[in-house]
Design a protein around this ligand. Structure first.
Ligand SMILES: Cc1ncc(COP(=O)(O)OP(=O)(O)O)c(N)n1
Ligand SMILES: Cc1ncsc1CCOP(=O)(O)O
Ligand SMILES: [Mg+2]
Length: 218
């Protein structure tokens, strides 16, 4: 789905799991939704991450909030969970299952996002049927211990220079101060974890990020 609908869903893509929050994840998500996020990814990862029934229960609660507010609910990595919950899609990286396999498992109507760090990976993701690319890390991040080296906006610029139109979202260390540079480079949106999840005022920070992004792409 490479259309304006996909591009607008990517505008402010919030990613979160319980390990990214100091407050109740449901409250964080609700405040972020009120602040204007356009898509949500459930990413239950890292030290102390929930597993089994606890993970499923939290996913269901967050999915319910997304449904109530018409926000697409994407699952990170866990294809079985996405299928069990009938999620709107999945996000996979270079170390995860192949996008073409995931596409077959999920079906045509679902969103498949793929992380890419180089032009070749973008081209492969396109051939495999990806709906969007997560490009990064753009800026230094402390949220993902095994992140690839920081890329700045160079990959996004390179992809756009070749004329490739796939929807792209930048990721890694993005906040309201640097989000506009990511959009200027050719991304359709920004994805953030801690700039929203650890904000003292989640509503205020997500509203400010939305303004920083929407002020440019609208
Ligand atoms: C939108 C978006 N872009 C990139 C990623 C990173 O995915 P991956 O490289 O598979 O790393 P993990 O998130 O699984 O640790 C993402 N999750 N979302
Ligand atoms: C999941 C992921 N993939 C590349 S960087 C990153 C972490 C982004 O988190 P933050 O927005 O807190 O830097
Ligand atoms: Mg992954």
């Amino acid at each position: 789905m490479w259309n304006e609908e996909m591009r607008s869903k990517l505008q402010l893509y919030f990613i979160m799991g319980s390990t990214n929050c100091k407050q109740d994840p449901e409250k964080v998500l609700l405040d972020a939704i009120d602040g204007g996020i356009t898509m949500f990814q459930f990413r239950e990862k890292g030290e102390g991450a929930l597993t089994g029934t606890e993970k499923i229960n939290l996913a269901q609660k967050l999915q319910h909030l997304c449904k109530e507010h018409a926000i697409p609910f994407i699952v990170n990595d866990d294809i079985e969970l996405a299928l069990a919950l009938n999620a709107d899609g999945v996000h996979i990286g270079q170390d995860d299952e192949d996008a073409s396999t995931v596409r077959k498992k999920l079906g045509e109507g679902k969103i498949v996002g793929v992380s890419a760090h180089a032009l070749m990976e973008v081209k492969k993701a396109i051939a495999d049927g990806a709906d969007y690319i997560g490009a990064g890390p753009i800026y230094p991040t402390r949220t993902k211990a095994d992140a690839e080296p920081v890329k700045g906006t160079s990959l996004i610029e390179e992809v756009r220079k070749t004329g490739i139109r796939i929807p792209i979202v930048g990721i890694g260390g993005i906040n309201e101060g640097n989000a506009s540079a990511v959009i200027d480079a050719g991304a359709d949106g920004v994805s953030v974890i801690t700039a929203i999840s650890l904000a003292a005022d989640v509503f205020e920070r997500s509203s400010a990020l939305k303004k920083a992004v929407a002020g440019i792409s609208e």
